[in-house]
Design a protein around this ligand. Structure first.
Ligand code: AMP
Length: 384
């Protein structure tokens, strides 16, 4: 089938969807897609991956193997991704044989902090104050301009706090620059945020837009720990955040799902921290708590189908399960599930390394506070 054909047509159940990456986001995408009658192919260097376990077909090849990527794209009606750090050439190679949604350009911008922040600033979106840094001298002058504390982050390939260093004073500059071991970085002013929040939204082929509303996120060691929906903020802040997200998806001409992570300052200003051009950990609770999950919305949007209702059925909270929970053997699943409001999601990962995302729990309740209390209690019960 030629790309022309594929690009213009509605992709209906029975068709095959391709996903680059094979982690838990791809797994939940595949579950949503298969439930709707699609077939799913996944591509990553790994075998028996979280996505591969539930996909129809798992291709294990390097992202640099452009012939294998092209072959993969020929077999599917559309390519999406669950992991944005695939090389641009990979997306380009796939795009010769199937539409890539969101497009490679969105990937290109959002996989590089400096490009992303520059793009956002140039298009009038509120970002954390930042400077590009390509040498120790540039770092020192950036520190003088932005002040301390500040956070130095590698420009590319960073996630979950990897590749970043907090700098408390000017005389820490040299050691911070050395420890990052990169030739290109971003220095950000440290934001004394009141809350971290995110908006996950989808945009259809026809420009339709749907957002899951504002989510409230708590991190631990730079890794997302707990998400609560709806975020406990004023309606004004929630509406502003959704407006920002809508602007971002429209400006980037996204077809698919994108997450905008933001800091809420003590005086209720929203600053974008980063974008993820795919479903996001903070939206995992939508799998249980919303009429349409972020994963089904990804399926619908990349297939040209109408977007589903994002209505939150009940206040909900999600808590991540990291490999650390296995430190003393298998967690006590039954004890957590004895709380009837709790849902368990495990990603099928073989080895439980500390810090590795192995699964999550979601709880729904009559209020956000109560959902959070229950989900925290559920996790405590895993390791009595
Ligand atoms: P990131 O990998 O950039 O999403 O950063 C991971 C986490 O580090 C964020 O969720 C924040 O908790 C924290 N962080 C990152 N950048 C800043 C900043 N400029 N000011 C304060 N905290 C930050």
């Amino acid at each position: 089938m030629s790309l022309g054909n594929k690009a213009s047509s509605l992709i209906l159940p029975g068709a095959t969807l391709g996903v680059l990456g094979s982690g838990q986001l791809g797994r939940m995408f595949a579950i949503a897609a298969r439930r709707m009658g699609y077939r799913v192919h996944t591509y990553s260097p790994d075998t028996d991956s979280p996505t591969g376990q539930v996909a129809d077909h798992e291709v294990a090849a390097s992202y640099d193997d452009l012939d294998a990527v092209a072959e993969f794209a020929k077999q599917v009606s559309v390519v999406t991704f669950e992991f944005e750090n695939v090389p641009s050439a990979t997306a380009e190679s796939a795009a010769r044989f199937a539409p890539v949604r969101p497009a490679g350009q969105v990937l290109h911008i959002s996989q590089h902090r400096l490009r992303e922040k520059t793009y956002l600033r140039e298009h009038g979106f509120p970002t954390t104050p930042f400077r590009a840094v390509r040498s120790l001298t540039e770092l020192e002058s950036a520190l003088q301009e932005l002040g301390t504390p500040a956070v130095l982050k590698t420009a590319g390939w960073g996630y979950d706090g990897k590749g970043q260093k907090k700098i408390g004073s000017l005389n820490e500059a040299a050691s911070a620059w050395e420890s990052l071991g990169t030739s290109e970085a971003v220095l950000e002013g440290f934001v004394n945020f009141r809350l971290e929040v995110s908006v996950i939204a989808a945009r259809g082929l026809d420009g339709s837009f749907a957002s899951f509303g504002l989510l409230e996120n708590a991190h631990s060691n730079h890794i997302l720990d707990v998400t609560v929906a709806p975020a406990r903020v004023s309606p004004k802040v929630a509406a502003e955040a959704e407006q920002i997200a809508r602007g971002v998806l429209e400006t980037l001409d996204v077809v698919g799902v994108l997450c905008v992570e933001m800091f809420l300052t003590p005086d209720d200003k929203l600053l974008i921290n980063e974008l993820a051009p795919r479903p996001h950990n903070s939206g995992h609770l939508t799998f249980d708590a919303n009429v349409t999950s972020q994963f089904e919305q990804q399926v619908r949007s990349i297939c040209g189908l109408p977007l589903g209702s994002t209505e939150l059925l009940k206040p909900a909270a999600m808590i991540n399960l990291l490999g650390d929970a296995w430190a003393n053997g298998e967690p006590c699943w039954a004890a957590a599930l004895a709380l009837p409001e709790v849902k368990l999601h495990l990603y099928g990962k073989a080895s439980a390394r500390p810090g590795r995302k192995m699964g999550h729990l979601t709880a729904m309740a009559d209020s956000a506070d109560e959902a959070e209390r229950i989900v925290r209690e559920a996790r405590r019960r895993l390791n009595p």
